[in-house]
Design a binder for this molecule. Structure first.
Ligand code: B12
Length: 433
């Protein structure tokens, strides 16, 4: 039995699946990251694979999944497809079983919540009886999914605007424009580590409780202390960042970011425009509501930041993985991931200080999260901030950042700023062209 697995810039989910399947007797051919559909399909044909596995971290990269399935259907190929990753869910799996030609993809599309569901799907596919039952189940689920969406009545659309009041005070940065942090002090960044997320989410202790947790916690604390020391000595975590401040105002749901050099002009020139969707219900919020509108005549301040822990973390992970040291690779990845978050928090704190606002005021929002679900505006931030030139970063065609352990955010100083959901479901977002 054999499976081909592909991942996008993100690798950890794919690697876990590969490890679990290989340990259970499956031969897995890893086609790497950001692999075109054509490569996946031709390899599956070449080796006569028993199944194809697709993994993606983001909505933008998950949209490749239906393309692969449509292409398999168009060519009359018969590979079952296993799909997984943080941005997708079971409903998406049921949706994409139905191809663009309005036919169900007969070999099956199996959404797998985790690597063990991947293993269970492969096991089910290897016996004709269990295979038929598994296919019947997903077919029924897909039919249910479509019947459900057709019969559902559209949510009442509320066109009101929110009632956010203007910020009582507009902070002024000491200097407009771009700032570069070539090297953040790692010891200081580590102070921002969310240890609970590191241990529970990234190091897998989610379901450990009681005595067992107490024991594991001590073990993880010791491991963390040793890894931090080693990362400082061997320089495999290099948090760096670019950030900047711009004058800004809103027009409807659009944030206009002005060139500071033209502030004295009757009409300052717009460097970039960001659109922020509005909630159709609840409080009718849009991130635009936290800024001064053009008609107020008052100029507001916006900040953006990009941070990365650098390529060395990914290289270390790849080296350990290639050497078969899966455990150390896993812990390395987890620490790198959480150090990226810690670096973002560290820089955000710095930005707050430069704006002269207290710790805790305002919020940091990243594209791809529920208040700003689409990733396209990464390109606009990359035009404002020299992440490519100064940090050696780039964006893929799906707006993912390379190196992998990086994040980008807009920083809003408004004291009432809070996290909210625009109301678009993940499936709606995934099914958009
Ligand atoms: C850690 C994390 C990060 C880290 C590291 C990311 C990384 N490369 O690993 C950092 C901080 C760098 C990060 C950055 C970003 N992130 Co992030 N991140 C997460 C988080 C919290 C966990 C992801 C993770 O590592 N999980 C652990 C691994 C092991 O799980 P997994 O990949 O899901 O894989 C398992 C299963 O899904 C399954 N599986 C996966 N693939 C396959 C394939 C097959 C065949 C099978 C059988 C099973 C299977 O099995 C695996 C093992 O059990 C998720 C939210 C979440 N709770 O999942 C958000 C999440 C993935 N991030 C998200 C976003 C938006 C981003 C950013 C775009 C934010 C930004 N604008 O800066 C960036 C993008 C980074 C980039 N390089 O472009 C969104 C993606 C949704 C979307 N809208 O696209 C998520 C879902 C959060 C959310 N909004 O809910 N992120």
């Amino acid at each position: 039995m054999l499976a081909t697995v592909y991942g996008d810039v993100h690798d950890i989910g794919k690697n876990l699946v590969k490890t679990i399947l290989s340990n259970n007797g499956y031969e897995v051919i890893d086609l790497g990251k950001q692999v075109p559909a054509e490569t996946i399909i031709s390899k599956a044909v070449e080796v006569n694979a028993d199944a194809i596995g697709l993994s993606a971290l983001l909505v933008s990269t998950s949209k490749q999944m239906p393309l692969v399935i449509n292409e398999l259907q168009r060519r009359g190929l018969k590979f079952p497809v296993l799909i997984g990753g943080a941005a997708i869910n079971e409903r998406f799996g049921r949706r994409i079983l139905c191809t663009d030609a309005d036919e169900l993809y007969a070999p099956g599309v199996f959404y797998c919540k985790d690597a063990f569901e991947g293993l269970a799907a492969m096991e089910a596919l290897s016996d004709p009886e269990t295979r038929a039952a598994a296919l019947q189940k997903i077919k029924e689920e897909s039919e249910f999914e479509f019947s459900r969406s057709f019969s559902s009545t559209p949510a009442e659309v509320n066109t009101k605007k929110s009632t956010v009041s203007p910020a009582p005070f507009i902070p002024q940065p000491a200097q407009w424009g771009v700032h570069v942090v070539q090297q953040m002090p790692l010891e200081a960044v580590f102070k921002h580590l969310a240890k609970n997320d590191l241990f529970r989410l990234s190091w897998g202790a989610k379901n450990t409780h009681g005595e067992e947790w107490v024991k594991l916690l001590a073990e993880y604390e010791a491991r963390l202390a040793a890894m931090c020391k080693q990362a400082i000595a061997e320089k495999w975590l290099n948090p760096r960042g670019v950030y900047g401040f711009w004058p800004a105002q809103v027009e409807g749901e659009d944030l206009l970011v002005y060139d500071p050099a033209t502030l004295k002009a009757a009409k300052p020139s717009v460097l970039a425009k960001f659109h922020f969707p509005r909630q159709k219900a609840q409080e009718n919020l849009s991130l635009a509501d936290y800024f001064m509108p053009v008609e107020s005549g008052k100029m507001d301040t916006v900040a953006f930041q990009v941070v990365t822990v650098g390529q060395a973390a990914t290289d270390r992970f790849d080296r350990l993985q290639a050497a078969g040291d899966y455990s150390e690779a896993y812990f390395t990845h987890g620490l790198a991931v959480q150090t990226a978050e810690a670096a973002a928090d560290y820089l955000h704190e710095h930005v707050r200080r430069e704006m002269g606002i207290p710790a805790g005021q305002g919020k940091r929002y990243s594209w791809g999260y529920p208040a700003i679900p689409e990733l396209e505006d990464h390109t606009r931030v990359f035009q404002l901030l020299p992440a490519e030139k100064e940090l050696g970063m780039h964006l893929t065609s799906a707006y993912q950042m390379v190196p992998e352990q990086s994040t980008v955010a807009i920083i809003i100083h408004h004291p009432e700023a809070k996290y909210f959901n625009t109301g678009e479901s993940r499936v709606e977002q995934l099914m958009k062209g």
